[in-house]
Design a protein around this ligand. Sequence first.
Ligand SMILES: CC(C)(COP(=O)(O)OP(=O)(O)OC[C@H]1O[C@@H](n2cnc3c(N)ncnc32)[C@H](O)[C@@H]1OP(=O)(O)O)[C@@H](O)C(=O)NCCC(=O)NCCS
Length: 186
Amino acid sequence: MGHLCRRRVPARGIAVDPQPLVPRRSKVENGAVAEFRRARPEDLEAAVAVWERARWDARQPHMVERMQYTHEGNLQHFRDVVMRDCEVWLAVEGDVVVGLLALGPRKVDQLHVDPGWQGRGVGTLLMDRAKALRPDGLTVFTFQGNQEARAFYESRGFRVVRLGMSPPPENEPDVEYAWEPGADPS
Ligand SMILES: CC(C)(COP(=O)(O)OP(=O)(O)OC[C@H]1O[C@@H](n2cnc3c(N)ncnc32)[C@H](O)[C@@H]1OP(=O)(O)O)[C@@H](O)C(=O)NCCC(=O)NCCS
């Protein structure tokens, strides 16, 4: 399995914060209102549906063919790895999950916004939430070819710290970014 913002090698027993946080409401750019709350076990199907629709590697036919992801495998991975190892937050509009954020101790492990909601501020609000929850700093990996995500991170204060390859079996050129407090563009 590959890593960040895609499938990922299971991490080493990261504690999940069990604290039930009060849902917050925030405005997105177009005036719509999204609710941000911790994911619950019953959110699995909806979260994975967003993950599958938004995941950037789904737009790379060669990778989809090579990795042979299946819906069942995605459900299993999200439940048994992502939800176990990360603090998972959802952006919800009405009853509909429109975006998700999975946070490790210092990493944005997953950040995905449903395609129909992209470009409307949901990703920015999820990233602001990540920075507030991890004020000492954050890292994130993405594929080098994911120009949209790279522009998103770079305009939100992340700087490149390493160019490399994602772990087997992905073996795709990737880039690691880091954000430090105070690095936000004015
Ligand atoms: C990258 C992503 C999380 C950004 O979320 P978003 O809700 O679209 O972002 P916002 O609306 O808050 O901000 C839009 C910004 O992201 C960029 N962007 C990235 N993808 C975009 C898209 N599909 N549509 C519009 N803007 C996009 C824009 O350049 C814009 O930058 P600017 O505000 O500096 O001009 C989201 O587009 C997404 O889920 N992409 C597919 C999955 C992915 O690549 N995730 C990251 C993997 S590491």
